[in-house]
Design a protein around this ligand. Structure first.
Ligand code: ATP
Ligand code: MG
Length: 465
C-alpha cells in the first residue's frame, strides 16, 4: 500500500477498496446528506451522488479531483481559512455554514461538518483519503439573509431570490465579472451594490455609469477619460470612471446601450485590463472589478448584430438573472414592509399595511417590479392619515375591481381624511393623480381626462401646491 500514497485523484485504487466508502455514502444519502472525501491537499477524491441532488446534476462528475474551495468558496477552505486549518490540526468542525456553488447563476446554503478520517479507515478504503466533509442543505437558516437585509437593504424570501443571495455570498472572495439581467425595477443595482459591499474591494469606490444616458462620444470620455485638446471642448485632462473606480468596482448600467465601436474598446479592457484616455496613446492599467447590468435581451441583440458576442461572454462570467416580482410573490410582503419602514421612517411615522391592502399588493402583476411597488407605497404613505395603509390609500390603478366597492362612498372616505390632505373629493382625486405620476402635470392631466390648463387652474383654485 505504498504507491497509492502519491496517486493522483484521477487514478483511484481498485474498486474493491472503496467498498467501505460506498457503504458510508449510502448511509449519508439515506439521511439526505452528501459525503465528500478529500485528500491531503483538500481535493475531492469522491463524493456521494446525493451531492447532485443538493447542488444540481453533474456536480459530482465535474468536481472530482478539484479543490474543495471550488465547490464551497475560498472562505472556508482558502489557504488562510479556519476550516482548513482546523482539519490540518486534526480538529472536527460541526455545522459550519457555507455556500455551495450550483452551476451557473446559482448557489445554495448548506451546513458542513468536517473531520479527519482515521488512518486505519483510510488504510482500509483508500490510503489517499484524509478528510471527510458531510454536507446538509440549510435552506431554512435565515441568519445570512438577515445580515444581508441589515447591511444592504436587500430583501428576499423566495427560493429564486435566496439562491441569488447565496450566490452573492459565495462570490465574496471573487473578482469575477458579473452580468446582471432582469426587467426594469427588479433590483439590478441593489444586487450590484451588494456584490461590491460584500467583496474584497468593499473599501474601494463603487462607481456607476449609466451607459444609456450619454451620447456615444460623451460616454467614451466618461469611461476612459480624455486629455486636454483631444477634441473641441476638451480644455483640460479628465479622469475617466474606469480610473476613478481603481481598487473598487465599476458598474456599467444599461450595458446594452453601449454603441458597437465602444463595445470593442470595452472588450479590450476586459481582455487586457488596459485602456487609453481619449487622445492619448499610452495605455493605462485597469484595476476595477466590472459588474454590468441590462434589462435588454442581449442574445437577441447579438442575433440582430447590435451587441458583440465576444463581449457578452466576457461579461457574463457570472450571470445573475433577477426574476420579475410577479414570479416571486413570496417576496412582496417582506419587501413592502421593508420599504414602508424606510418611507415612513423619513416622516417619523410607523406604518403598517392592512391585510386587504397586502392582499392587493400580493396579487398585482407589477410590470414595473420593485420600483413600481416602491412608488405605490410612497403614494399611499402620502395619502394615509392613520397608521394603517388601507386599500383606499393605494394609487387608483392598483385598487382594481374588487377594491372598488369600498370606495363607493367617496364622500365618507374623504371625510375620514385629514383636512390638510383633502376634504374635497375633487382635490383628493387631483392629488392622487399627481402623486401617481410623480407630480408630472402633463401625465396627471391625461390620467384625469382634462387639459393641462384646466388642471393648473383647478390646482390653483383648490390650493394644491
Ligand atoms: N430585493 C429588494 N429589497 C429591497 N429593495 C429593493 C429590492 N429590489 C429592489 N429594491 C428597490 O427597488 C428600487 C429599484 O431597484 P433597482 O434600482 O436596483 O432596480 P433596477 O433593476 O436597477 O431597475 P432599472 O432597470 O429601472 O434601473 C430601488 O429603490 C431598490 O432599493
Ligand atoms: Mg438600474
Amino acid at each position: 500500500m505504498s504507491a497509492p500514497e502519491i496517486a493522483s485523484p484521477s487514478s483511484p485504487p481498485p474498486a474493491g477498496e472503496n467498498v467501505g466508502f460506498a457503504t458510508l455514502e449510502t448511509v449519508f444519502e439515506a439521511l439526505g446528506r452528501a459525503a465528500i472525501v478529500l485528500d491531503s491537499e483538500f481535493r475531492i477524491l469522491r463524493a456521494s451522488f446525493s451531492l447532485d441532488e443538493i447542488a444540481g446534476p453533474g456536480t459530482v462528475a465535474s468536481m472530482l479531483g478539484k479543490p474543495i474551495e471550488e465547490l464551497v468558496g475560498a472562505k472556508l477552505f482558502g489557504p488562510a481559512d479556519t476550516l482548513r486549518e482546523a482539519l490540518t490540526k486534526g480538529r472536527r468542525e460541526e455545522g459550519r455554514r457555507a455556500v455551495l456553488r450550483c452551476g451557473a447563476g446559482s448557489a445554495r446554503l448548506v451546513s458542513l461538518t468536517a473531520a479527519v478520517i482515521p488512518q486505519h479507515v483510510s488504510n482500509h478504503c483508500d490510503p489517499r483519503a484524509r478528510y471527510l466533509v458531510v454536507v446538509r442543505p440549510a435552506e431554512n437558516d435565515d441568519s445570512l439573509l438577515q445580515s444581508m437585509i441589515a447591511s444592504h437593504g436587500l430583501v428576499a424570501r423566495s427560493p429564486a431570490m435566496l439562491r441569488i443571495v447565496h450566490l452573492v455570498e459565495s462570490l465574496s472572495q471573487s473578482t469575477a465579472t458579473v452580468l446582471i439581467t432582469g426587467e426594469s425595477g427588479t433590483g439590478k443595482e441593489v444586487i450590484a451594490r451588494t456584490l461590491h459591499v460584500n467583496s474584497l474591494r468593499s473599501t474601494g469606490p463603487f462607481v456607476a455609469v449609466n451607459c444609456g444616458a450619454l451620447a456615444a462620444d460623451l460616454l467614451e470620455s466618461e469611461l476612459f477619460g480624455h486629455v486636454k485638446g483631444a477634441f473641441t471642448g476638451a480644455v483640460r485632462d479628465r479622469v475617466g470612471r474606469l480610473e476613478l473606480a481603481r481598487g473598487g468596482t465599476i458598474f456599467l448600467d444599461e450595458i446594452g446601450d453601449v454603441p458597437l465601436h465602444l463595445q470593442v474598446k470595452l472588450l479590450r479592457v476586459l481582455q487586457e485590463r488596459q485602456f487609453e484616455r481619449v487622445g492619448e496613446s499610452a495605455p493605462r492599467m485597469m484595476d476595477a472589478r466590472i459588474i454590468a447590468a441590462t434589462n435588454q435581451d442581449l442574445l437577441e441583440m447579438i442575433r440582430a448584430g447590435r451587441f458583440r458576442e465576444d463581449l457578452y461572454y466576457r461579461l457574463r462570467v457570472v450571470p445573475i438573472h433577477l426574476p420579475p416580482l410577479r414570479e416571486r410573490p413570496e417576496d412582496i410582503a417582506l419587501i413592502a414592509q421593508h420599504l414602508l419602514a424606510h418611507i415612513g421612517g423619513r416622516a417619523g411615522r410607523a406604518l403598517r399595511l392592512s391585510p386587504d391592502t397586502l392582499n392587493v399588493l400580493e396579487t398585482r402583476p407589477w410590470p414595473g417590479n420593485v420600483r413600481e411597488l416602491e412608488n405605490a407605497l410612497e403614494y399611499s404613505v402620502a395619502l394615509c392619515s392613520g397608521q394603517t395603509i388601507q386599500i383606499e390609500d393605494l394609487p387608483p390603478e392598483l385598487r382594481g375591481t374588487e377594491a372598488q366597492p369600498s370606495l363607493g362612498d367617496a364622500a365618507a372616505r374623504s371625510a375620514a381624511l385629514p383636512v390638510e390632505i383633502s376634504s374635497d373629493p375633487e382635490r383628493e382625486r387631483i392629488v392622487k393623480a399627481l402623486a401617481a405620476h410623480r407630480w408630472n402635470r402633463n401625465r396627471a392631466a391625461q390620467a384625469l381626462g382634462v387639459s393641462r390648463s384646466t388642471l393648473w387652474r383647478r390646482m390653483r383654485e383648490l390650493g394644491v401646491e
